[in-house]
Each structure stands twice: as C-alpha cells, then as structure tokens.
Design a protein around this ligand. Structure first.
Ligand code: BJ8
Length: 432
C-alpha cells in the first residue's frame, strides 16, 4: 500500500490528519535518535524496526482486513483483560495504552491536570483523533484497577463503546476469587455478543496455547538477558514487549523466537551490546507504553544496561502461563481466573508477593541495582516504591526511585540522578 492509501485509510477512521502527521514525524525522529543510533543491534531487531515504521500503516490495514472478514477488534488498557477470550471468539486484541503526550489540552477538559500521564494520554489520543487503533475498535475493555482509570473510563465511554470489568481489591478471600470468576464470565458473554460467535472448548484451548506460546517466547528473551555481557539492550527488549500488545500473536511469537535464536548465538560467543562490567539495572514499577522510552534511554545513554522490567509491559505480563491441562469449558475458565489472579499490580492490597517478585527478578537477571520508575501521580506505584525500597535495601540491592511523566523537560535532572546511581554501582565491590 502506498502513502496515499494509508491517508485514505486514516481519513476513513476520522483521524485529524494534520495532528497525526505531526505525531508520526515526532515519533519517527525519536525512534531514530533512541533506537537506530544504537550499535551492535541484533539482526532480529530488523523486524521490530519494520513494525514500528508501519505502526499506523500495515498493522491498521491488517485490522481493516480482519474486519472485512467479519472479525471484531477489542481494545484493552490492562493486563487483567484475558486476550485468550478475545482470540477464542475469533476477535483481534490490541493494547491501547499510549506513552506519548498528545491531546493534553483536550484531555484536561474531562480529567484533572494532575492525572497520571498514561491516563491523560489515552484520553488525549482519543479526543485529538490521532490513534487509528482506538478508532478501529468495536469494543474497548476497561477495568476498575486504579481510581484514575476507572473515573477516566466514565468520560471515555462517551466516545467509544466500553465494557468495564470489576477487579477485586484483595486476593485473600473466597469472595475475591468468586467476584473475579463472575467478571470473567460476564466479559466472555459480552465478547461473544460483540463478536457474534460462541467460544467453544476447541477455540478456547487453541487461544490458551497461542497466548502461552507468546509468553514463552518472551520468557526466553528474558532468560537470555540474564547473560553477561547482555546480548540485547534494554531499549530493544522493551520494544519487543511493547509490540507484543498489538502485533499478530503467531507472527510475533515466531519473530521473537528467531530473535532469541540469534541472541543464543551471541551469548555462546560472549558477544554483548555493552562491556561485561557495565552496571546492570532492573527497572521496576509503572508500565512503559510505546513510545515511552525515556527512563531506559537515559540509563543506557548514561552507561548502564537495563536487564529486566518488573512491570506490566515486562515480566508481569508473561511470567505466568494459563494451565493447559483443563479440557472442559469451566475448567479452562478456572485456569484463566487463577492465572490472572496472580497479577501483582500495586492496585491490590496487600501486595507483598510483588516484593518477592522484584527481588527474584533482580537476582535472576543479575542486576546490580534497581531503578523504581513510577509515572507521576500514579498513587499505587509511588506508594509501593517505599516498600520496594525497604525490601531492596534489606536484600543489599542498591535502589533509587524516579517519578516522572511523558515530557522531556526533566531529562537532564533524571540523567544527573541516574549517573550518580551508576557511579555508586560501579564503585561497589561486586563481581561484575
Ligand atoms: S495491572 S499496572 S496495566 S492497572 S500508571 S493508570 S496504575 S495511575 S497502568 Fe496498570 Fe493493569 Fe495494574 Fe498493570 Fe493507574 Fe498508575 Fe496510571 Fe496505571
């Protein structure tokens, strides 16, 4: 398809073409500066470069084609929405979280200025009419996680058909699981209604296997990043996870496995993207939606290397698989319920298992220090940062916390703090 065909496609989605052009050009520039300037990138990243260059082009065309075949498009903002149910209903699932400032003024007509950037951004992208993914959706699925999101959905649903799932706030009681199972059943019904299909045992089995295969490929990538020297930059690995939320799942899994084959060779040959004594960082905290590359970019430009993300766009998204043993519909739904109840989002209280996960991941990835990243005004993660800090120090792992939004204005200030942290790590008597 040529440029004019894409413009016609965007027009048919009622995008504001001028604002959209501006956004694509800023993104292209940022991608060039942050990504294409990196040295010794694995060959397999060529696919990711292609996906990013076509993020509003070819993939949207694929969504158009899917719609022409009668498939429905479901948009999500959160790990709690089981992709398995969408795929089992012959639907297409796309992540809608965005990591860039757009339409901020429009968003502030509905939500307060001091709202987390992720929420403001999804409101802004919709209101400024710059996101072809949102516009392609037949149903947007929200969830009652943090207060900011659930109140923002009340505004969002004025513009798009929505279904909001109720998420329990605790996990310790039978009532919490019962609520979650009822919500999974309610979502299944709504998806079937919108998709005009019935989820069968066969289709759900296939969907569970498909999504597990994607998670296994991402787990494989995570394991390879534990090698010293690290065979891939944190920026590139983050991009892989970001793309997992909107690419075709089968193609994505195959491409990530190819990338991992390539990385396996690098590891065998001792080839890394940074010297073996480079300070290794685990990033923990709020999700970094595409194109929010700010903090890993600063870390890696300051002489560190990011070796893992303890976040929803990271390990939390692929750590656990859905059990594949069940063969009845109810058994499979129970397996989905149980797998999704393991998500250790800071919206839960208490959420102590997250502390164990952060430490386990820091150890498995051989991280020298933890950078806790929270989006400014994100109460769950800014609050939980104190507990993570205490636990990390008790385990002897250096820790620093950063709170920021999507603007570039505080890059210098963050860089100064990151550089000081990396210096501290470089001086520590650890076997790097
Ligand atoms: S499971 S982390 S994807 S809710 S950053 S909007 S928490 S104020 S994104 Fe999340 Fe699901 Fe939890 Fe994961 Fe609110 Fe915080 Fe904003 Fe957040």
């Amino acid at each position: 398809m040529g440029e004019q065909d894409y413009r016609d496609m965007w027009k048919s989605l009622d995008l504001d073409l001028d604002v959209h052009d501006g956004l694509l050009s800023v993104l292209g520039q940022f991608y060039g500066d942050a990504y294409l300037s990196q040295e010794d990138r694995p060959e397999g990243m060529g696919y990711l470069d292609f996906v990013v260059s076509e993020v509003h082009g070819l993939r949207i065309k694929e969504l158009f084609d899917a719609k022409a075949e009668g498939k429905k498009i479901f948009g999500t903002f959160c790990l709690f929405v089981p992709e398995e149910l969408v795929l089992a209903a012959n639907g297409v699932c796309v992540g809608l979280c965005s990591g860039a400032d757009a339409g901020m003024a429009e968003a502030e007509e509905y939500i307060p200025r001091n709202t987390c950037a992720l929420i403001k951004s999804f409101m802004g992208f919709k209101l400024a009419r710059v996101c072809p993914y949102v516009e392609s959706c037949d149903l947007v699925i929200g969830e009652t996680t943090c207060d900011g999101k659930k109140k923002a959905y009340e505004a969002f649903e004025q513009f798009k058909p929505m279904h909001v799932m109720e998420i329990p706030q605790m996990k310790n009681y039978a009532a919490d699981r019962a609520l979650w199972k009822a919500e999974i059943m309610r979502l299944k019904e709504r998806i079937e209604e919108v998709a005009g299909t019935t989820i069968t045992e066969e289709s759900l089995t296939a969907a569970i296997k498909k999504v597990n295969a994607k998670r296994l490929a991402l787990q494989r990538l995570r394991k390879l990043r534990s090698a010293k020297p690290a065979p891939i930059s944190g920026l590139d690995a983050l991009l892989v996870t970001q793309v997992s939320f909107y690419d075709d799942p089968d193609r994505f899994t195959a491409k990530v496995n190819e990338l991992c084959d390539d990385l396996e060779q690098r590891v065998e040959q001792g080839i890394g993207v940074a010297p073996p004594d480079t300070p290794r960082i685990l990033l923990a905290g709020s999700p970094m939606a595409i194109p929010n590359w700010k903090v890993p970019l600063i870390i890696e430009q300051s002489g560190g290397i990011v070796v893992g993300e303890e976040a929803c766009i990271g390990d939390r998204g692929f750590r656990d698989l859905v059990d594949e043993d069940a063969s009845t519909m109810d058994g499979m739904l129970d397996s989905i319920v149980d797998r999704y109840m393991k998500i250790d989002c800071a919206c839960f209280t208490p959420n102590d298992e997250r502390l164990d996960h952060v430490i386990d991941l820091a150890r498995s990835q051989k991280a020298d220090g933890i950078v806790h990243y929270a989006i400014q005004f994100c109460t769950p993660y800014t609050m939980e940062a104190f507990k993570v800090d205490k636990r990390a120090r008790a385990e002897g792992i250096p820790f620093v916390k950063i709170e920021t939004d999507y603007s570039m204005e505080d890059m210098g200030q963050i860089k100064t703090r990151v550089e000081a942290f990396l210096e501290q790590l470089a001086e520590m008597p650890v076997a790097r």
